[in-house]
Design a protein around this ligand. Structure first.
Ligand code: ADP
Ligand code: MG
Length: 670
């Protein structure tokens, strides 16, 4: 038997249990061992029966004198037993578990763990855990007892006994993978000890030490994997280092209709510094919606062009590709740089002699182009953060400079761990004069008022509004399309019969989408109803109202990004968060949107409330979610980062190498 074997191979785990375990994402024996307790019941106080006191949680060890089912006055079944040792005896009561009268054997030695309570005028042991003693120590009683995440048909008691068996089998196959000097310097338990102690700890201190070791491992491995990815990337070369023609770049910046913010200037500096190197840049540019990332990208594109290289710009959707195409053309055409749009409908034609700028979606990567001409790849708003794109291009034999842009704020702990292979630049300043978008959470009973307000506002000002339909699933499924169609009916017939409403969702053909957007931009529609996954990046200066349905289904950072679609033109703007949910924590979470317009703060709150998988969509992309450690544990993240940096410099021993395999990111296959 091997630790990677299916869990079914373990004694007493048949196909039925294996299937149930699947619900807990436990497939292999290793998964079972990695299924960790979230707390312990403290049954470590072992007391002579004669000494127990009401209110105490204790373990008693004695002989079952009798056990039987009885009926209470109101007809409920209870189980009554008596257990005794040399110091005395006590009555034991369970409720509604008639099978116990058969399972627990009269005359045998048992451990019972639970709370001593008054029952009428009698001291009893109430609903204790029970365990017939075979070895010296129990696993369900008389100790710190692990309590696990459970599922239908899988109790903690069952998990305990199967994990105990698994640990017996594999005690000696756990191979230490951390360098020994690191283990001793940090005073860590060995991995073997940690795994066994986290399930069945000797005492509280050792449970904590076990958890500490496993947290250390997790954060260390994630960061080491990221650092090695970074190192591997840095060993590649772009071809040649760019020469930066500062005069031409400055002329370009001076020709812009606005002055760069100092944050933009700083970030431009960081990028140009990277481009001067022969190692490819791998930089993540984070900046709130409207902070002006595009123009920064344009500077990098210009630098590539001046060095004889083409640039690829990738957007998540065709509409956004279109928008980038327009903006970049505005910036770059005057300099004589050709900008081309390549989308599903507009295919790449053989490139000309001169370097150029090609804008498109993710599918650009799979077009036929001369990889050697590509000096820069810019990726906008794709939460894969370029990992896959890099591997595709590397597969074609090129490693251009990479600039990934995102409006999703990246807290420092996430930057270090999940995105530890990227260098981070932040535009933490909005262009001058931007005003705060007024935000309200709109509960059920204010819905009609809000609709009337929108009606009046749109008529009076001729400004426009976005209405975002609830997020139903991550991808644009038929269910989402159905929901948005239904909403369209209601809005156009009942709520806003006098207003013109455009409709947009992922299943509409690109050409139609384009038409809808053009009409909205030109004011032919007053309102635009859209699903959330599409077109979060569209730029409609005259839109000043953002209404989000079922706002509680979104993360705060996501709401913040949607909100950033309005208030782009320094016009007074509004964001209305509709919710039918009246649960206090939900409302409180949404209310933070009223109070803060700082993306990073909202992201930190999100991270605490929902975890990184939800916020950064990392799970689908092969990034592991944290199992034991926490992104809030900044101290340990720093410490493991340092350890990983040192280890990354040396040759990796095979046990460590094989451990890192779980942290590899798969490349795209389409
Ligand atoms: P995002 O970071 O959301 O991609 P954009 O690059 O689309 O932001 O910029 C948003 C708007 O702000 C654009 O209309 C752009 O022309 C404008 N803009 C960018 N930088 C500045 C600046 N420094 N001063 C004033 N306006 C700016
Ligand atoms: Mg943008």
């Amino acid at each position: 038997m091997n630790i990677k074997d299916p869990v079914e191979k373990l004694p007493l785990v048949g196909p039925t249990f294996a299937k149930r375990l699947g619900k807990l994402k436990i497939e292999s024996i290793e998964d079972l061992i990695n299924h960790l307790p979230f707390r312990y019941d403290d049954f470590s106080l072992i007391s002579p029966i004669g000494k127990v006191q009401p209110g105490e949680t204790v373990t008693v060890k004695g002989t079952i004198e009798q056990i039987s089912n009885e009926y209470t006055k109101n007809g409920k079944k209870i189980q009554k037993a008596v257990i005794s040792d040399s110091s005395g005896k006590i009555e034991v009561i369970w409720f509604n578990q008639p099978f116990l009268a058969r399972t627990i054997k009269k005359g045998s030695l048992y451990n019972l763990s639970g709370k001593i309570e008054w029952f009428g005028r009698q001291k009893v042991l109430l609903s204790p855990e029970y365990e017939q003693l075979r070895g010296e120590t129990g696993i369900h009683t008389g100790r710190l007892v692990p309590v696990y995440p459970e599922t239908y048909g899988i109790s903690s008691k069952w998990l305990r006994s199967r994990i105990k068996t698994a640990l017996e089998y594999f005690k000696d196959s756990v191979e230490e993978f951390l360098p020994p000097d690191l283990v001793s310097k940090e005073g860590l338990l060995s991995e073997k000890e940690a795994v066994s102690e986290i399930h069945f700890p000797k005492n509280k201190e050792s449970a904590l030490k076990a958890r500490h070791r496993l947290c250390f491992d997790e954060l260390f491995l994630i960061q080491l994997a990221a650092l090695l990815r970074k190192k591997e990337w840095q060993e590649k070369t772009v071809g040649k280092a760019f020469i930066i023609d500062e005069e031409k770049i400055n002329d370009f910046i001076l020709s812009l209709p606005f002055k760069l913010t100092s944050a933009q200037e700083r970030v431009v500096g960081e990028i140009l510094k990277d481009l001067r190197k022969a190692q490819p840049m791998n930089r993540l540019l984070q900046g709130d919606v409207g902070s002006g990332k595009t123009v920064v990208a344009a500077v990098a594109v210009l630098a590539a062009y001046l060095n004889g290289y083409s640039s690829l710009i990738m957007a998540p959707t065709e509409i956004l590709a279109n928008q980038h195409f327009k903006t970049l053309s505005q910036y770059l055409k005057p300099l004589g740089i050709e900008v081309r749009l390549v989308t599903g409908s507009r295919k790449m034609k053989a490139a000309g002699e001169n370097p150029e700028v090609v804008v498109g979606t993710h599918s650009l990567l799979f077009q036929d182009f001369d990889p050697k001409k590509i000096g820069l790849v810019v990726i906008d708003e794709q939460h894969r953060f370029g990992v896959e794109q890099r591997s595709v291009l590397a597969g074609k034999g090129v490693s251009p400079h990479f600039l990934t842009m995102t409006a999703t704020p990246i807290p420092r702990t996430i930057a270090l761990t999940l995105f530890g292979d990227l260098d981070l630049s932040v535009i933490d300043e909005l262009p001058l004069g931007r005003i705060k978008v007024k935000t309200w959470v709109v509960p059920k009973q204010k819905r009609q008022d809000a609709y009337s307000w929108i009606k009046k506002r749109v008529k009076d000002t001729k400004e426009q509004a976005f209405i975002i339909c609830p997020l139903i699933e991550e991808s644009e499924s038929l269910a989402s399309v159905k929901a948005v169609n239904k909403e369209y009916e209601i809005l156009s017939k009942e709520v806003f019969p006098d207003l013109k409403i455009g409709l947009l969702h992922g299943r509409i053909k690109p050409k139609e989408k384009e038409e809808v957007l053009t009409k909205f931009r030109e004011g032919e529609y007053d309102l635009l109803l859209s699903t959330p996954v599409v077109e979060v990046g569209i730029d409609i200066p005259n839109a000043t109202i953002m209404l989000i349905e079922a706002a509680e289904r979104f993360g705060l950072a996501q709401l913040h990004q949607l909100r950033g679609r309005v208030g782009r033109n320094n016009m007074e703007s509004f964001c209305l968060l509709f919710t039918e949910n009246e649960v206090l924590p939900v409302l409180r979470r949404l209310k933070t949107m009223e109070q803060t317009n700082i993306g990073m703060e909202l992201a930190e709150i999100d991270l605490k409330l929902r975890g990184p998988g939800e916020v950064y969509g990392t799970r689908q992309h092969g990034f592991p979610d944290l199992k034991v450690a926490s992104f809030a544990d900044f101290g340990l993240i720093e410490k493991t980062r340092k350890a990983a940096e040192e280890v990354a410099l040396k040759k990796l021993e095979p046990p460590l190498q094989s451990r890192l395999k779980n942290y590899k990111i798969d490349s795209v296959t389409n």
